[in-house]
Unconditional design. Structure first.
Lengths: 153, 600
């Protein structure tokens, strides 16, 4: 069981909680942490379940519901907004057929909005999983999505 | 063996997002193909600064700067320049003023007015190579502090230098260190706040990605002064590359003995750990950050006690941001008096600014304190794109405020910006031209802080929401006379009563836009007009009958069939049906669709 292996890597210290949540989420094929995950983490760290749940739900990058294989995070901070992130968002909605916070039926993509990605110099920008894409325009965006769909990236 | 040529490939996140790593691969392949491996060295560096030119290559010894290099350009560069000595002019930087080629990178306008201390190594060394860091004097400052100085004399130098916190508040660094040093505790901590959440600020990311050892060295020196043997660097999860390079650098430092037990054979031991956030802006606030390091919800708590007395695990903790620590080694090597000579009366040294928005040259620029806003956004940033004019710059992100052109000659320091109603913040500079609606911009910032509010205190949780509601009403054309006053009252109350820095500064963008752009608020409220043509509900579309060629394209794209007309018959928009989506405006090839606001 993956969860046990992940927990074994850590010392049972409460400050490891966020790391463990990240790790378990990354290992999940659907990019999220389940109730059972949180229960087991609580046992492992000897914390009340409510503490684990509290931390997991506080941070926007930890999800409690299944997400797609690839998580698209479109930057919606002011520099990106000024440079047209809104029309990029419209295009993403169109291209994927989903709204923000939703996942495509084939479980390939989840669309999210993120605060600043720190690449304001190449706004508008987005991050897919851990890859950052800047200077987005419709053509570039379509190509990136296509490459992910075809498994090239 | 020395190489005939060094090719530096910018591998900051911005250039990587534009394919710089593929360019590097192509360079290596081409160099291999032509058997130049022994002559030419390709080096991945951190951010060089001019993001809008990326991917950027810098070729030494010629100092040729290539911009916007793509994989397809690589063969030409290698064959023509590296082999035959003829730089590829079409990829070189041209001065926007004279349109002439700039042959040496140092003559590029963007770099000329800069003074690099913090960013000195960013873009010039391989961030993953400890040897390169040592070759430029790396860890000499730590060695000097540990073997030739004592904690008091190090602290003295920091005091003389006048270094103040670069994360926003501008609190004197030596005081923070002294408070922690004076606490009696066996266990103390050094924390680096690398949770750079301010939209429009990306200097901390660049320092970590481009020169991670500088941060490690600065923190170790802080540890020596305050008597801490353990440190944490809290990095936001949105910066995977920074985390990767930092972890590598820490491992190298441990292996070589710059971190760990008995550093430089002294009694001083210091260890560092990276902690990763998970997407919460409020964690940039120091007490929230400490909670997050402890694995808790990242909510702030009232101060005092300050972290210097009770920080992580309730122990005395010194907490600074990346840029502050990055200054430390230079102060130790050159002396505090050296830095005190740079800058203004109250603000010493340099500050890194991140230029973004509607400005020609986006990217990072490090300038001495006291440089004027005008020099920063025109001489370095190049001003607005052709045909546009900058009407305001937002300084300090969602905690800061906007500054208008009549104040652009203000020399930048902590006090002068605060006096203008803006703040240094972390150094984000977002330029806005006439296409930005200031009411909408303020609403946008507030939307951000509302979303990021942790919800712990009422002024921030409820008050910001109320302010947002009023702004939303105004941008929808439903504003009323008393709204501006209500915004001001709410804003001032929230500033005075919120628990932490997030809430205390969140009303700033609204208050400063009211101060400088009151007329735009009044136009929205009384004339139902948005001069920037941004607020959808205040815009109507009409077809200019003289320009319309009756092609039906707009009618086809109209989602609500609001456009009358057919081929050969000039079109007309039925206002009662129109939802102001703007499709017709976007598709008309003849520019016949007009956007209007406040004209009826």
């Amino acid at each position: 069981m993956k969860r046990k292996e992940i927990l074994r890597k850590y010392e049972a210290r409460p400050d490891n909680l966020l790391y463990i949540l990240h790790d378990i989420q990354d290992a999940s094929p659907y990019n999220y942490v389940t109730e059972e995950d949180m229960e087991e983490i609580a046992d492992f760290l000897d914390l009340p379940y409510s503490k684990v749940y509290g931390t997991a739900t506080f941070y926007s990058m930890i999800s409690q519901k299944p997400r797609g294989k690839h998580v698209i995070r479109l930057c919606d901070s002011p520099p990106c907004h000024l440079m047209g992130s809104e029309s990029i968002l419209d295009l993403l909605r169109d291209e994927l057929g989903i709204d923000v916070g939703q996942t495509t039926p084939d479980m390939l993509f989840t669309l999210e909005i993120t605060s600043c990605l720190g690449v304001c110099g190449v706004a508008p920008a987005m991050m897919i999983d851990e890859e950052v894409y800047g200077n987005l325009n419709p053509k570039k965006l379509r190509k990136i999505i296509k490459d992910y769909r075809e498994g090239i990236i | 063996m020395a190489h005939r040529m060094n090719v530096l490939v910018c591998s900051g996140a911005s250039c990587i997002s534009n394919n710089s790593l593929k360019v590097k691969e192509a360079l290596l392949a081409e160099i291999e193909r032509l058997d130049l491996k022994r002559e030419i060295k390709v080096i991945e560096t951190g951010c060089m600064g001019p993001c809008q030119l990326g991917p950027v290559l810098l070729v030494y010894p010629d100092e040729t700067l290539y911009k916007k290099v793509q994989v397809a350009d690589v063969r030409e560069i290698v064959e023509q320049h590296f082999l035959k000595g003829r730089p590829v002019e079409r990829l070189m930087y041209k001065s926007p003023l004279t349109d002439e080629l700039v042959h040496k990178s140092r003559d590029v306008d963007y770099f000329k007015k800069q003074y690099k201390i913090v960013l000195a190594n960013c873009g010039s060394i391989d961030p993953e190579s400890l040897d390169e860091y040592i070759a430029v004097g790396g860890y000499e400052a730590l060695g000097k502090a540990l073997t030739e100085m004592n904690p008091d004399s190090v602290l003295d130098e920091i005091k003389i230098s006048g270094l103040r916190g670069r994360g926003g508040g501008g609190f004197p660094t030596h005081l923070k260190w002294m408070f922690t040093k004076n606490e009696k505790s066996k266990e103390k901590y050094v924390i680096c706040n690398a949770d750079e959440g301010d939209p429009g600020a990306f200097m901390d990311r660049s320092v970590i990605e481009g020169d991670p050892h500088t941060l490690i060295e600065g923190m170790a020196i802080a540890g020596y002064v305050v008597g801490a043997s353990k440190g944490y660097i809290y990095v936001r999860a949105e910066y995977p590359l920074a985390i990767e390079r930092l972890e590598k650098a820490i491992a190298q430092a441990k292996e070589t003995g710059f971190l760990g037990e008995n550093i430089f054979q002294t009694d001083f031991s210091f260890d560092l750990e990276v902690r990763v956030g998970a997407g919460a802006f409020v964690c940039g606030e120091e007490t929230a950050l400490i909670h997050s390091i402890e694995g808790k919800r990242g909510t702030p708590r009232p101060r005092p006690p300050y972290p210097s007395a009770s920080g992580v695990w309730g122990k005395p903790t010194v907490l600074n941001n990346v840029e502050t620590y990055a200054n430390v080694r230079h102060i130790i090597l050159n002396g505090g008096a050296w830095m005190a000579k740079i800058g203004t009366e109250t603000s010493k040294g340099t500050k890194v600014f991140a230029l973004s928005g509607t400005i020609k040259n986006t990217g990072l620029a490090e300038v001495p304190m006291g440089t004027t806003i005008r020099e920063l956004i025109y001489d370095i940033g190049g001003g607005a794109p052709e045909g546009h004019e900058i009407k305001a710059v937002q300084l300090g992100g969602p905690s800061g405020g906007c500054v208008t052109p009549e104040y652009f000659d203000t020399p930048i320091d902590y006090e002068s910006l605060t006096a203008l109603g803006a703040m240094m913040g972390s150094g984000g500079v977002i330029a806005m031209d006439e296409t930005a609606c200031m009411v909408n911009t303020a609403k946008f910032f507030l939307d951000f802080t509302c979303f990021e509010s942790c919800g712990k205190c009422v002024p921030c949780r409820v008050g910001l929401k109320q302010m947002y509601g009023i702004l939303d009403k105004i941008t929808k054309g439903e504003g009323e006379e008393e709204d501006i006053e209500a915004l001001e009252t709410l804003g001032k109350t929230i500033k005075a009563t919120a628990l932490c820095g997030l809430g205390q500064t969140a009303p700033n963008p609204v208050l400063s836009t009211i101060k400088f752009f009151r007329h735009e608020y009044e136009e929205h409220i009384f004339e139902k007009k948005c001069r920037a043509l941004v607020c959808k509900d205040l815009i109507s579309y009409e077809i200019n009958k003289d320009a319309c060629k009756a092609c039906t394209l707009c009618a086809q794209k109209c989602p609500v069939d609001a456009i009358k007309g057919e081929r050969g018959v000039v079109h007309e928009i039925q206002q009662e049906k129109c939802i102001s989506c703007g499709n017709c405006y976007d598709v008309c090839p003849f520019g016949a669709v007009m956007r209007l606001s406040g004209e009826n």
